[in-house]
Design a protein around this ligand. Structure first.
Ligand code: GAR
Length: 213
């Protein structure tokens, strides 16, 4: 059973998916602490409802390292094995990343390395991609550059709004984040350079083409 710390800044639907996956036994783990850098993040309410200790730690008026030291203090107190960034909208410096490398994950709403950065659901829609998606990756010292664990692709239709695309991606995020954490908890992920090797990987094959005819 792994101990998971989740960092959030917003509504926390990914946090909820992780909590639910732990509660159902899908993940052999437990969310032991949630930290938000935004006071009004709805994810804090989700944590409280689930009986999980939650902290609000503002980054304002602090150096990056000071802020990160405060995060580290809480994460250490709860003896986390894995730190999961779930809509956490602060870039973490090498100070933090080096400490947790290999046990620090992020979910990103695009098929990396395409569309790093923020508001990328809308950027994918604006760009006119026919296939969008999401990525769970280990975090390294770059922005959205770390070794990729799992990706899911979704079609973008001609009559979609950017919001349709965001929601279609989000639905897949709620599947791939719990799966990535499940694989981690089962000790099935090994980082080899840029590549993540997955033990006992299911080779389902298939492809997504859009439009399909
Ligand atoms: C998610 O779509 C996540 O992929 C994205 O923020 C949203 C948070 O939603 N993260 C990033 O853009 C990170 N750069 P949630 O709070 O409902 O999980």
């Amino acid at each position: 059973m792994i101990r998971i710390g989740v960092l959030i800044s917003g509504s926390g639907t990914n946090l909820q998916a992780i909590i639910d996956a732990c509660n159902s036994g899908y993940i052999d783990g437990k969310v032991v602490v949630v930290i938000s850098n935004k006071e009004d993040a709805y994810g804090r309410v989700r944590a409280r409802k689930a009986g999980i200790p939650e902290y609000y730690i503002s980054h304002r008026g602090k150096s990056r390292e000071e802020f990160e030291d405060e995060l580290i203090e809480v994460l250490e107190k709860y003896e986390v094995d894995l730190v999961a960034l779930a809509g956490f909208m602060r870039i973490l410096s090498p100070h933090f990343v080096r400490r947790y490398y290999g046990r620090l994950m992020n979910i990103h709403p695009a098929l990396l390395p395409a569309f790093p950065g923020i508001n990328v659901q809308e950027k994918q829609w604006e760009y006119g991609v026919k296939i969008a998606g999401c990525t769970v990756h280990f975090v390294d010292e770059g922005t959205d550059t770390g070794p990729i664990i799992i990706q899911a692709a979704v079609p973008v239709y001609s009559d979609d709004t950017a919001e349709d695309v965001r929601l279609r991606i989000l639905e897949q995020e709620h599947k791939i984040y719990p799966l990535a954490i499940k694989l981690f908890a089962e000790g099935r992920l090994t980082i080899e350079g840029r590549r993540v090797i997955i033990q006992g990987e299911k080779k389902k094959g298939g492809f997504l083409m859009n439009p399909s005819e």
